[in-house]
Ligand binder design. Structure first.
Ligand SMILES: NC(=O)c1ccc[n+]([C@@H]2O[C@H](COP(=O)([O-])OP(=O)(O)OC[C@H]3O[C@@H](n4cnc5c(N)ncnc54)[C@H](OP(=O)(O)O)[C@@H]3O)[C@@H](O)[C@H]2O)c1
Length: 288
């Protein structure tokens, strides 16, 4: 039995779907049962409640051999993940797989990667077998700009000329499903591994706009947004801690960016990762 969090979100949802295709026995901790009706119909056992609530997490973890922890960024993410880890140890879970991020490194300077790194360190010290899933920027983040691309043929983000090696969440879900069920390199499992996941290319957002232009057959432009404008636009949409943390992360992408891709996806799954061009082709109904 594998216990999953976040199945009504992006990475948890993809991971659940791909685990179901592998025939895995799943339980999911969800806040809103109605959002997980399809998964329930597909045989996923649901435990309803909030991850902050220790009783809920205890019920969810009972009898689980493995757990997959993905939570959205927020002020309380680190304490939620620490509590989840303690309860996983107490429940006798054998292997904890955590969604982290590629920016989460020992010297991380911004709040979200710092919190992920602190949670990783806590898990590594817990005695549990662990695997860290560390993706770069999600391609699916581009869909937040779909309406602007469709109607004005432009999108605007505060990433300047920064680079990402953006990855498709379908590929990330495939890696998570492999980590939770597969034999691992040389049949030794995936415990003790940190998997950095990128797509196949390092691209600026101007280069991403060129990919949109090529696939849509009409000029699409990326217009860098000043950070102050982004902050003003998102005030009230994200709570203050989260907004500040996202601005700092995006500033880091704009100033530093990513220099290299990784071969994690190909090594574990055995095919090339999804390209931005393929991603756009797969989402034409939203973008054309
Ligand atoms: N976005 C990126 O480019 C990127 C890149 C690398 C790593 N990451 C990492 O990926 C993680 C986010 O993953 P995601 O995009 O899959 O998240 P997401 O789509 O926002 O989904 C979050 C999930 O967590 C559930 N959830 C939220 N608060 C909860 C609570 N208090 N108790 C129980 N469940 C709760 C949500 O349930 P509801 O449906 O009830 O809200 C939802 O299922 C973050 O930790 C982030 O740092 C993101």
């Amino acid at each position: 039995m594998i216990l999953l969090t976040g199945v009504t979100g992006k990475t948890g949802g993809e991971t659940a779907q791909q685990l179901l295709q592998k025939g895995a026995r799943l339980r999911a901790l969800v806040r809103d049962e109605s959002k997980a009706a399809d998964l329930k119909a597909a045989g996923v056992e649901l435990v309803v409640g909030d991850v902050s609530d220790a009783d809920t997490v205890q019920r969810a973890l009972k009898g689980a051999e493995k757990a997959f922890l993905t939570l959205p960024n927020g002020q309380h993410q680190l304490e939620q993940e620490k509590q989840f880890t303690d309860l996983a140890v107490a429940a006798g879970v054998k292997h904890l797989v955590k969604m982290s991020s590629m920016e989460a490194v020992a010297h991380a300077e911004t709040p979200i990667p710092r919190a992920h790194w602190a949670a990783e360190e806590y898990i590594r010290a817990s005695g549990l077998a662990w695997t860290m899933i560390k993706p770069n920027f999600f391609m699916q983040n581009l869909l937040a700009s779909a309406a602007g691309i469709r109607t004005n043929r432009r999108f605007s983000l505060p990433m300047g000329n920064g680079t990402t090696g953006m990855a498709d969440i379908r590929d990330i879900g495939a890696v998570c499903a492999e980590v939770l069920t597969g034999p691992g390199p040389a049949g030794k499992g995936h415990a003790g591994q940190s998997y950095e996941i990128t797509g196949p290319e390092v691209l600026t957002f101007h280069a991403v706009a060129e990919r949109f232009t090529a696939v849509l057959g009409a000029k699409v432009e990326y217009v860098p947004m000043p950070m102050d404008q982004f902050r003003a636009r998102m005030t009230g949409v994200l709570e203050p801690w989260h907004l500040n943390a996202v601005c700092e992360l995006f500033r880091e992408i704009a100033e530093t960016g990513l220099e290299h891709t990784t071969d994690t996806f190909k090594r574990l799954i055995g095919r090339e990762p999804t390209s931005v061009t393929q991603f756009i082709q797969d989402h034409m109904t939203l973008l054309k």
